[in-house]
Write a protein that binds this ligand. Sequence first.
Ligand code: ADP
Ligand code: MG
Length: 349
Amino acid sequence: MIRALLLPLLVVLLAACTRPAAERHDTQLVFGTLVDVTVYGTDEATAQRAFTQLREDFRLMHFMWHPWKPGPLGRTNELLALQAPFSANPSILPLIEKSLPLSQASDHLFNPAIGKLLDLWGFHSDEPPHGPPPDPAAIAKLVAAEPKLEDIEIHGVVMRGTNPAVKLDFGAMAKGLAIDRGIEALRILGVKNAVINAGGDLKVIGRHGDRPWRVGIRDPRGEGVLAVLDVHDGEAVFTSGDYERYFMWQGRRYHHILDPRTGYPAEGTRSVTVIHSDAATADAAATALFVAGPKRWPKIARQMGLDQVLLIDAEGGYHVTPKMQARLKYARQPERLQVRDPAAQKSQR
Ligand code: ADP
Ligand code: MG
């Protein structure tokens, strides 16, 4: 009798220990997406301290770096347009410093100075974007003015804009930088195992108990995931896709990743996933390779120091680096797959 009772009780107790009681979550709406923080094997007090700190940090970064709401970046854009010297806002300088080499390495396909083009297309709005597409002459004028980060003079903390077409928008990298900072904060707080996941863009610390963290890469057209992979300590996985923010007009899809050379949504790509230890680099690179497209991506990947890339082209073909190919577990075996090594690209400088 006692033994019969004890057994179910033991089973219940064991289940309580192995159930992911070890896993704790916090979710917040920020950077226009749901940001989920998961910690594993962390005591309750440390977890709560971490969640509170990340909520405050992310809220502050959201305010500082917002591309169209009033705040430090909005003010910086106003002052840059005046083309007179001004004291730089300390929250904006790190964004410029971080993105300048990335922009240059991408042949300016990642270009955070094209805020005016994004405005023109209506992607700078809380409202869903909608057609019709902007006036081609207005697009051509902005493209001809060639706004880029190099049009900002920085002397110590004094900044000056030299091209009135420049408007800063760090939407292609800010989420990455925020996640790098969030992961750093978690490490300082003593968290050993965690994932910060912003709508599928993520970075991890440690493991999920006795196994690595495992994540899925979203299929840019169908439902569900096209592949899963194990992600290890300090790795970030970022995806840019034409399905994130777009409008349809006369049967065509107009999405939010613009080709700075044409001023129109980049063609030839559905999605790009990049793995890198630096989330800001992974984020900027996913956008840059999206613009580069299925032919040119290996050159840009080499220049940006990337060795783990998956690009899905407009026809549904897969393009991967050997290192990425080795770790992806495809949901369905791809029909068309091309493995290319960016390191094998000849330097064209
Ligand atoms: P998401 O924010 O959906 O994850 P991305 O990281 O690719 O996607 O960033 C897209 C955002 O980056 C756009 O909404 C826009 O603000 C900005 N952007 C679009 N095209 C470019 C570009 N060529 N270079 C730099 N920023 C861009
Ligand atoms: Mg990006």
